[in-house]
Design a binder for this molecule. Structure first.
Ligand SMILES: [Zn+2]
Length: 256
């Protein structure tokens, strides 16, 4: 069922200004099924964040009270689940605020290239610099934020969520209750269970029922050589960004 809905989502995407849309529209008019190769091209664009969430039929705008920031979009299934979790948290006097949601390839590219420039002095070598950025930021095309399934909550600092921190009780609440709403923390502390990937991010939560499927599709479809179009992209293959970072998540967040 999930695969079917993602398939439909991908088909929708074909008519929304991605690659080959003229050809897709022509086929849609004649009601000829889209060939598999073309579907996978559109699907690839979605997985890499190369689409416009403001125009995507499966995406919805997120406003107050869920976020104070403009321009926040999520996949509608993620948002429905989040609203339920938000309401339950409110009852327990916990305020969940979305501070980042869907980010496109272009938005991730801005974040990445900003750090690429800032870290030039401390990390002159390309691979060294990429690894420094990868402590907390994804390469464009490899972020879970592309999928509309992942959110950052309240604060981008781990200490705020630890004992004595402003959001310690928020984090305790999420650890106890988020899974009941389908959410999990993909970037838990690194250790034997999660030896590779980004550093711990207590603010980043993912809607597993959707993201689990998308991760499986991503790992079947996207190769390191396809991660291109930004400064330092040549390091993706050397670092094996797909295996070590996209797949380097908390096992509980993977498809069951
Ligand atoms: Zn995040």
């Amino acid at each position: 069922m999930r695969t079917i809905s993602i398939f439909i989502l991908v088909l929708f995407l074909g008519g929304l200004g991605c690659a080959n849309d003229a050809a897709t529209e022509k086929r849609a008019e004649k009601a000829i099924p889209v060939p598999v190769a073309q579907v996978s091209q559109v699907e690839t664009a979605y997985l890499l964040g190369k689409f416009d969430p403001t125009k995507h039929p499966s995406f919805v705008a997120v406003g107050k009270p869920y976020t104070d920031k403009p321009g926040m979009y999520l996949h509608q299934e993620t948002f429905e689940a989040f609203k339920k979790m938000f309401a339950a948290a409110q009852k327990d006097k916990i305020n969940l605020k979305i501070i980042s949601s869907t980010r496109t390839f272009q938005q991730q590219k801005q974040i990445w290239e900003g750090k690429w420039t800032r870290f030039a002095k401390d990390a002159p070598g390309a691979e060294q610099r990429a690894r420094k950025i990868l402590e907390y930021s994804a390469m464009p095309g490899t972020s879970r934020h592309h999928w509309g399934t992942d959110i950052d909550l309240n604060d981008l600092n781990n200490p705020a969520f630890k004992k004595g921190g402003k959001y310690a009780s928020t984090y305790d609440w999420l650890q106890q209750h988020a899974s009941a709403f389908g959410f999990c923390q993909p970037y838990t502390a690194k250790g034997p269970e999660r030896p590779q990937g980004y550093e711990e991010e207590r603010w980043h939560w993912s809607y597993t029922p959707l993201a689990g499927d998308l991760l499986s599709q991503y790992l079947q479809t996207i190769k390191n050589e396809m991660i291109t179009g930004f400064q330092g992209a040549e390091t993706a293959t050397k670092i094996d960004a797909v295996t070590h970072f996209v797949a380097g998540i908390n096992q509980n967040c993977k498809q069951k």
